[in-house]
Design a protein around this ligand. Structure first.
Ligand code: COI
Length: 366
């Protein structure tokens, strides 16, 4: 049983409630929200999902014992809408976000729903606030669907009531424009995810505990954390991004490698799109394989390490310039090539997202 788009009602802001839109040159990530939001309540004893509503953006009121506040019964998604060269608004692969969101819901005992119905509700929200979709190809509208368990009871049990809401915000670069290339700290003392855990689900509880490690990286003069796992110091993710490494193998072939979806990795939609694009291009061999820090050091010493970059909805494609690991700095020549792969990938995604080319991954919202 799910909610339906046909039951959606919309209550628009009064003119005096409308917010001032920020300048597109000053869009700090996640700081400015639009005029409206989407809300859908669920209660197992009231027949499950209630009717979706679009309402003026407002605070939410929760019972102080709400499970989300105590046990992090929470999950979210991140996707983007883009204003294309033809002025049409496109959303990038929302079906994949919906599939992942339902998997996160199952893993948290939260209710699942029909993703197509949520996509239609989100498209309507974006349409209502369409003037907030930046008229700029260096910005987009970030869409944050969120699902929280709201039972006001302290038992560590499934929440019988839940709130799904969607807020949207115009965004520029995640790194406030300082994303030419980033430096990483790889410290095997910290672990983001482990076998049998939930590192492959988009739960808030995967992100909160990373902040102290991120702060440590900053204190050491590095910009992001490179997450390692296990005795072999396998590379898993960086910051909030999936990881890619380009190198030449012993036969001289160019390989683009990324860690496999083993449960330790978030199944990123940008990650999947990059793999699909590179497989079509055929100018690089694509491998989902375990990559250890020893591999990186070996390729670097042999002059065979070409590029490392991160990928994600918020951060798009972010090249890496160096890694601090066990007290040494490893330089990564990502941005030193004439025609780097990370740029080809970034430009291809951009062309799809902003409608420079017609592509099934980017559907207009009408
Ligand atoms: C995204 O790339 O959408 C993310 O989820 C990163 C976010 C935690 C800032």
């Amino acid at each position: 049983i799910t909610f339906r788009f046909k039951d959606l009602t919309t209550k628009l802001c009064e003119p005096e409630q409308l917010r001032t839109k920020p300048d597109v040159t000053d869009l700090k990530f996640g700081h400015y929200f639009t005029d409206h939001m989407l809300k859908i309540f669920y209660h197992s004893k009231l027949g499950g999902w209630q009717r979706p509503v679009i309402i003026p953006f407002e605070n939410i009121s929760l019972h102080p014992a709400a499970k989300v506040l105590h046990y992090a019964v929470e999950l979210f998604e991140g996707l983007k809408a883009y204003r294309g060269v033809d002025d049409k608004i496109r959303v990038f692969r929302p079906d994949l976000n919906m599939g992942r969101m339902n998997k996160s819901a199952l893993s948290s005992g939260l209710p699942t729903f029909d993703g197509h119905e949520l996509i239609k509700c989100i498209n309507r929200l974006v349409e209502v606030d369409q003037e907030w979709v930046p008229h700029s190809e260096s910005s987009s509208l970030y869409i944050r669907p969120t699902l929280i368990g709201i039972d006001g009871t302290l038992g560590v049990q499934q929440s019988e009531s839940a709130l799904l809401y969607v807020i949207i915000c115009p965004v520029g670069s995640y790194f406030n424009g300082n994303d030419d290339s980033v430096s990483l700290l790889a410290d095997p003392a910290y672990t983001r995810a482990w076998p049998g855990g939930c590192g492959d689900k988009k739960l808030g509880s995967n992100y909160g505990p990373t902040i102290r490690v991120h702060n440590r990286a900053i204190q050491k003069g590095r910009q992001q954390v490179l997450w390692l796992y296990g005795p072999n110091h396998e590379i898993t993710e960086m910051g909030t991004m999936n990881m890619f490494v380009a190198y030449r193998n012993e036969f001289g072939e160019k390989v683009l490698a990324t860690p496999p979806l083993s449960g330790l990795i978030l199944p990123g939609i940008t990650r999947q799109s990059i793999l699909q694009l590179c497989e079509q291009w055929k100018d690089v061999r694509v491998e989902q394989r375990t990559i250890t820090m020893d591999d990186v050091i070996k390729w670097q010493k042999a002059g065979r390490l070409l590029e490392m970059f991160g990928s994600g909805t918020a951060c798009i494609v972010t090249p890496i310039n160096s890694i601090e690991y066990l007290g040494e700095i490893i330089n990564i020549p990502t941005i030193e090539h004439k025609e780097p792969l990370y740029l080809k990938v970034r430009e291809s995604l951009h062309a799809i997202q902003y409608g420079h080319i017609k592509h099934p991954w980017a559907q207009t919202i009408d």
